[in-house]
Design a binder for this molecule. Structure first.
Ligand code: RNT
Ligand code: ZN
Length: 417
């Protein structure tokens, strides 16, 4: 696209937004300050570097598009390539199974900060801050119950694992000079009717109490609920009610994964409730299609609503935005770029909303005016602002990243088998 034209369109947009008292340059500063946490697991369908075992825990990556990352070098190269085609800075969200194990078998109850030393250095070198996740799935001891398992030996194993993960997150946060956000999601549940619902939840609560007993300064805990997993349809120990209760009582960050609710529930609507009772919120922005299918995030109403709500709650400093999807049916690098850019575009649109005017209408009881402006705001020239943002960040404008992904596929990922 022609640079002069992008600038021209931008200038017109700046004027248009000024009519609503919106300072577009300030908006771009705000957008730029948000570092979206890219999930490492899109690069290799949640395989990790621990073993070649199956993906378990009720999650699935469907498709077999060629070119997934097979090792730590390939994964790092893919992340950096994706990041180079996305404006702004990103963080990287690692799972424990992505440690640098050097070909050795390191069990989940043996993992240490040393296994993430090369990641920490890589992050510092590339200005990419790290977030972290314990990994309860894809392991011989995963079963259907981990932190809520009545078998003491198994439960202790997972408690030990999760404690170790927090120590790793603490080290990451200390070294990068910014808290590492550690997410705790366990798959625990049951395929069929459970008659001991209370028992497993009490065990999970006790496990969390043990895990969180150690206080840290450089990491933040967040806890992620889910409505159900594949093969675990009838009961989820860590339900939404469970973690909201736990988070509110223990001042923990609650993670909202947009695929983890009933299809007609608005995840956006949860923010203004949650933020009154828990310190911060972590988002796993995803795209559920009929179930928690983890399709690539796009600019749809759900993502737009969510970003709008963050801005309307004035909560950009309390909401951490991460992505969580794993689509193995299309170019995986392209999936990162589409999803991250879509989330940024939605956030930009939210930041450009003529909120002062809308709120004025609302306060005056002017329902027609509010709805009319909400509709018209949808076609204000936000795209000219987005193009300018990409241009200034030296990344492809518009769809022109498609050829970069194709080139990388030709030269790099298609050669993997
Ligand atoms: C699973 C949760 C969880 C995982 C990752 C891999 O349903 O969303 O966040 O996707 O931990
Ligand atoms: Zn998630």
């Amino acid at each position: 696209m022609n640079e002069a034209k992008i600038k021209q369109a931008y200038d017109i947009a700046v004027e248009r937004y000024a009519e609503f008292g919106i300072d577009v340059e300030k908006v771009l500063e705000k957008l730029h300050a948000v570092e979206i946490s890219m999930h490492c697991w899109q690069a290799d369908d949640v395989a990790g570097f621990e073993s070649a075992g199956d993906l378990t825990g009720g999650i699935q990556a469907t498709g077999n598009y060629p070119g997934k990352a097979r090792n730590i070098e390939e994964l790092r190269a893919d992340i950096l390539k994706a990041s180079s085609l996305i404006p702004g800075k990103q963080r990287l969200n690692l799972h424990e199974i992505y440690g640098d194990f050097g070909g050795k078998k390191v069990d989940r109850n043996e993992v240490e900060p040393a296994h993430f030393e090369s990641w920490i250095q890589w992050g510092l070198e590339h200005g990419m801050k790290l977030d972290f996740n314990s990994t309860s799935f894809s392991h011989p001891k995963s079963g259907d119950l981990s932190l809520s398992n009545p078998d003491k030996a198994i439960r202790d194993f997972w408690i030990d694992h999760t404690k170790r993960c927090r120590a790793i997150a603490e080290e990451m946060g200390r070294r990068q000079g910014d808290p590492c956000i550690m997410n705790l999601w366990v798959h625990d549940g049951s395929k069929d009717i459970t008659v001991n619902r209370m028992k497993y939840r009490a065990l999970l609560k006790d496990s969390l109490d043990q895990i969180f007993a150690q206080k840290y300064d450089n990491m933040k805990d967040c806890i992620e609920s889910k409505v159900f997993g594949i093969g675990l349809e009838s009961y989820t120990v860590g339900s939404n009610d469970f973690y909201i209760g736990y988070g509110a009582q223990n001042n923990k960050i609650v993670t909202l994964d947009t695929g983890h609710f009933h299809p007609t529930e608005s995840v956006a609507d949860k923010l203004s409730s949650l933020l009154l009772f828990v310190p911060e919120v972590m988002l796993h922005v995803s795209r559920p299609v009929r179930w928690d299918s983890d399709h690539v995030t796009i600019m749809n109403d759900d993502t737009l609503d969510l970003m709008h709500e963050i801005v309307r709650c004035d909560a950009l400093d309390k909401v951490h935005i991460g992505l969580d999807y794993f689509d193995a049916s299309i170019n995986r690098l392209g999936a990162y770029i589409i999803g991250t850019r879509a989330t940024q575009k939605c956030l930009l649109r939210a930041l450009l909303e003529p909120l002062a005017q809308l709120r004025q209408y609302e306060a005056n009881g002017q329902g027609f005016e509010r709805l009319a402006l909400l509709e018209e705001a949808k076609n204000l020239p936000w795209n000219a602002v987005w193009d300018m943002y990409c241009l200034r960040n030296g990344v492809p404008v518009g769809e022109s990243f498609i050829v970069d992904v194709q080139k990388y596929e030709q030269e790099v990922t298609s050669k993997r088998n």
